[in-house]
Design a protein around this ligand. Structure first.
Ligand SMILES: Cc1cc2nc3c(=O)[nH]c(=O)nc-3n(C[C@H](O)[C@H](O)[C@H](O)COP(=O)(O)OP(=O)(O)OC[C@H]3O[C@@H](n4cnc5c(N)ncnc54)[C@H](O)[C@@H]3O)c2cc1C
Length: 510
């Protein structure tokens, strides 16, 4: 038997499975669906040009400005035009987006959007509410077979085409590899945040999906472009809780320990400047010992808990009252613009392999993602993949091979060292010497372990670092202090294979 396997149970994976119904499909997810997925943590919402005076054209323009010259205009326009239909799909699945008294969807403003364009749920609960609605639908959809707690470890390619996925599960077959034969595999494994010491992503976002695709020969696009959220709440937690951008949209300001606003001298839009600029501003404050705090006292004040319950709970758990006290913030890895290169239908360069959501690179983010475009991208491309696969002759499948080998947990000290290296040298501010150090560290870590999960993490880290080393300019989320300006010579996207990344590393260290 052969069928469609979706790897990942976040928004992209679940939406694709629901849109495929009643076509049979199997989902493998590293954690129970709803857990271990960034989707459930999204606080802002989904960008969709629905309000009067707004348009898909304006949305496209804003996305292109944010992406700093590397956005694929046609693909982005298509996504912006489809946004209202996909929001309607989500409403159909039961997502309770916020409405006004007349029943119209309420649209909020976020940084770098020229219009009020974000649909939200109960202020900052969009991700949780969307996932709860989809999870309920998935459970009542008989065409979807779920394998939760299964981590994909290898994509099998035979005669140039995807033939299946090897995944390790913990449901009754502890520590055993299972082979899922598949005619098509949809990768929906999310981001790479857990490769960094400070991240807003769940621990499952280890970049394994990206590495598996690269090992299967897929072309990877723009891996050097990593977005750091400027305002993760600095209370020493891993992952770091997020103080949503919407707070700055409501007028919250960034101040140092003396109460002085530090963003106005750095950018005309001050706190609402593009994320990378705010992230560097915040990072510099910590570097020069002045600290960085989000001051919500005047702009939000007593309404804080009602308007932003998730942020309020995170602050209060650390003894901070956001109504009366500025919130300490620092940049954290938040979103990967790069990923497995796809065409406008979500097809990768490997026949039978598709990618949707954060693991993919469709061309809509360029060098920097516009806030709230990622949930939109996830549903638009997951839906397109489902439409393309709906007509394939497939069946529901069960794992048909078990390999009884035992695995130990990946060595935590090595993983911590890898995360430190990535944050220190491949983070908010990069330079050639630091990137060489990172490439050297990655090679040393590889020699220190034969753990396959760590090797996959190292492959993803290598793709990011090698591409960052090769891009000798600063653009969007990629900032090189040794090349602080954008250069026409690099005004193009990066496309590379794992072998290309290895060759770049070899040359850099020669
Ligand atoms: C705190 C936070 C707030 C955000 N806020 C917003 C927002 O307001 N608006 C917006 O547009 N975007 C936001 N984003 C980004 C957005 O949430 C993500 O880009 C998007 O949800 C990614 O969806 P996904 O389905 O691709 O991945 P995820 O939702 O991360 O799901 C990935 C899935 O793959 C599974 N998985 C991973 N590796 C494997 C493996 N090897 N085998 C099997 N399964 C695997 C995971 O367990 C999970 O089920 C936010 C992100 C974070 C972290």
């Amino acid at each position: 038997m052969s069928g469609i396997v979706i790897v990942g149970g976040g928004l992209a994976g679940l939406f694709c499975a629901l849109e495929l119904a009643p076509h049979p499909v199997t989902i493998l997810a590293a954690a129970p669906i709803g857990e271990g997925a960034s989707s459930a943590w999204a606080q802002g919402g989904i960008a969709a040009a629905l309000s009067e005076g707004d348009s898909a054209e304006l949305h496209t323009r804003d996305t292109m400005i944010a992406g700093a010259g590397l956005v694929d205009e046609a693909v982005t326009r298509g996504m912006a035009q489809e946004a209202s239909e996909r929001v309607r799909d989500l409403l159909r699945y039961g997502v309770p987006f916020d409405r006004d008294l007349e029943g119209r969807l309420i649209q909020s403003r976020e940084a770098a959007h020229s219009a009020r364009r974000i649909v939200r749920v109960a202020g900052d609960r969009a991700g949780r509410a969307i996932m709860d609605a989809l999870i309920a639908k998935v459970h009542e959809t008989p065409s979807i077979t779920l394998y939760e707690g299964f981590v994909a470890e290898e994509l099998i390619v035979r005669e140039g085409r995807i033939a299946g996925v090897v995944a390790r599960g913990d449901h009754g077959f502890a520590d055993r590899a299972h082979f899922f034969r598949a005619s098509d595999v949809v990768l929906a494994t999310g981001g790479i945040g857990a490769l960094y010491a400070v991240t807003t992503n769940p621990p499952e976002a280890r970049g394994i999906g990206l590495a598996l695709a690269a090992r299967a020969g897929a072309i990877i696009a723009d891996p050097e472009f990593v977005q750091f959220h400027p305002t993760a709440i600095a209370i020493g937690r891993d992952p770091a809780p997020l103080a949503t951008e919407a707070l700055r949209g409501e007028g919250a300001t960034l101040i140092d320990a003396h109460g002085v606003r530090f963003m106005p001298p750095l950018h005309a839009d001050a706190e609402l400047a593009p994320r990378d600029i705010v992230a560097r501003g915040v990072f510099a404050q910590w570097q020069n010992g002045k600290g960085a705090f989000l001051d919500c006292r005047a702009a939000i004040g007593a309404a804080f808990d009602a308007k932003f319950p998730t942020v309020a709970a995170a602050c209060r758990s650390a003894g901070i009252d956001p109504v009366t006290t500025p919130i300490p913030v620092m940049p954290a890895e938040h979103y990967h613009m790069g990923g497995v290169k796809t065409d406008a239908q979500g097809r990768t360069s490997v026949p039978g392999l598709w990618a949707a959501g954060e693991v993919s690179s469709t061309g809509v983010h360029g060098a920097n993602r516009l806030a709230s475009n990622s949930l939109l991208e996830a549903v638009v491309f997951a839906s397109r993949i489902a439409q393309a696969l709906k007509h394939s002759a497939t069946d529901s499948i069960a794992p048909d091979k078990l390999t009884p080998d035992q695995r130990n947990d990946p060595p935590p000290a090595l993983i911590n060292a890898l995360r430190q290296t990535m944050s220190e040298h491949v983070g908010v501010i990069r330079d050639g010497a630091g990137l060489q150090t990172a490439l050297r560290d990655l090679a040393a870590f590889r020699r220190d372990t034969d753990d396959p999960a760590v090797h996959a993490m190292l492959d993803s880290a290598l793709l990011i670092t090698a591409a960052a080393f090769n891009r000798r300019e600063s653009r969007g989320g990629h900032w090189r202090s040794d090349y602080p300006h954008a250069s026409d010579a690099y005004a193009h996207r990066t496309f590379l294979t794992l072998n290309d990344a290895k060759a770049i590393a070899q040359e850099a260290l020669a």
